[in-house]
Design a protein around this ligand. Structure first.
Ligand code: ZN
Length: 339
């Protein structure tokens, strides 16, 4: 029989759900600033899955994904516990900013400390109150401002359970990504908590494909962990694991006319767009340094030399990767949602 779940000093009985507001800090006005949290505690025991979004405060797709997942999870049928935090970096969120007020990136402040900088304190609070109570994590992100990402999973695939979660999610591309110091992934991995990071769409926007794929992906992970019943009719597109990825950078300043689109397969030497002066002179081409799939794009046509224009993922079987992307997009667009 499932026992009551305890988080942030609150007890949640089996088969129930609860919305909490955790006191994090205060604004300059001394008004309280809280982190919203919803817990769905199943009747039967199972994993404790944390889904969290907006560690970068301007990344909004994950907030919508959290809400759509919560709407589909019934505590009477859930095995285990879902801990949902739609906005981790509430400071950045209220300013429409990726960062904290002290200009730090919260995802470089983990595990943080009680007496450190603002970023260190927010990170410590999140780890101490929430992460420490969880057994698995899906961390939801988007591209930076003016950059959009094809739905993709980043994870350290040498852990079998992390690999299982990455495969189950159902994004068309998986990057076997090394872990950055100070990230939520780093602190989770060091505590033995498997974590996958979902990247899709662009900051400060709702991207319907990213949200639909993300919602479906989290529910797929929950099924794979045994928290939800499997869907018999579901056909899974196997994700393609990228060998490596490269950012293609602008070789001059100017106006960018990008022809390449997210999900495109490109060949080595192919022209992906041009950069020119305002009257069209001094045009230079942006070319692909290798073949691959476009998994990230600049969405704003003004560039300085060195700006990242396209993110290209390389695959052993690039044609297969293209098929995986096509099938994924078709599935999300034409098939009724199998949630
Ligand atoms: Zn992010």
């Amino acid at each position: 029989m499932q026992e009551a779940f305890h988080i942030a000093g609150t007890q949640i009985t089996p088969g129930s759900r609860r919305v909490l507001q955790l006191a994090l800090a205060q604004l300059y006005t001394q008004s309280p600033l809280t982190v919203p949290l919803e817990v769905v505690h199943g009747r039967q025991p199972g994993p404790v899955l944390l889904i969290c979004a907006a560690i970068h405060g301007d990344e909004l797709n994950g907030i919508e994904i959290v809400n759509q997942v919560l709407a589909r999870v019934n505590p009477a049928r859930l095995k285990g516990t879902l801990v949902a935090v739609p906005v981790v970096n509430v400071f950045g969120f209220i300013h429409k900013s990726r960062y904290l007020p002290d200009r730090r990136d919260l995802n470089r402040c983990f595990p943080g400390s009680e007496k450190g900088s603002l970023g260190a304190r927010v990170a410590h609070f999140f780890v101490d109150e929430i992460v420490s109570q969880c057994s698995h994590i899906v961390d939801l992100h988007t591209g930076a401002i003016h950059r959009s990402n094809l739905p993709q999973i980043r994870a350290k695939l040498d852990c079998a359970i992390t690999r299982q979660m990455a495969d189950a999610f159902g994004a068309p591309v998986v990057l076997d990504a090394s872990i950055r110091d100070g990230s939520l992934r780093a602190v989770a991995e060091s505590s033995g908590i498997p974590v996958i990071l979902y990247e899709a769409g662009e900051a400060l926007r709702f991207d319907p494909l990213a949200i639909k794929a993300g919602t479906r992906g989290v529910l797929n992970v929950m099924r794979s962990l045994g928290m939800l019943k499997p869907v018999a009719s579901q056909v899974r597109v196997p994700p393609m694991i990228a060998r490596s990825s490269t950012w293609i950078r602008a070789e001059q300043d100017g106006l960018l006319h990008l022809k390449a689109r997210l999900g495109d397969r490109v060949s080595k030497g192919q022209c992906l767009g041009t950069i020119s002066a305002p009257l069209g002179a001094d045009t230079c081409e942006v070319t692909a340094p290798k073949s691959g799939i476009v998994i990230g794009c600049l969405t704003m046509p003004l560039v300085n030399e060195g700006d990242a224009v396209c993110h290209l993922a390389s695959f052993d079987e690039v044609k297969q990767a293209e098929l995986s992307v096509e099938r994924f997009v078709d599935e999300l667009d034409i098939r009724p949602e199998v949630l």
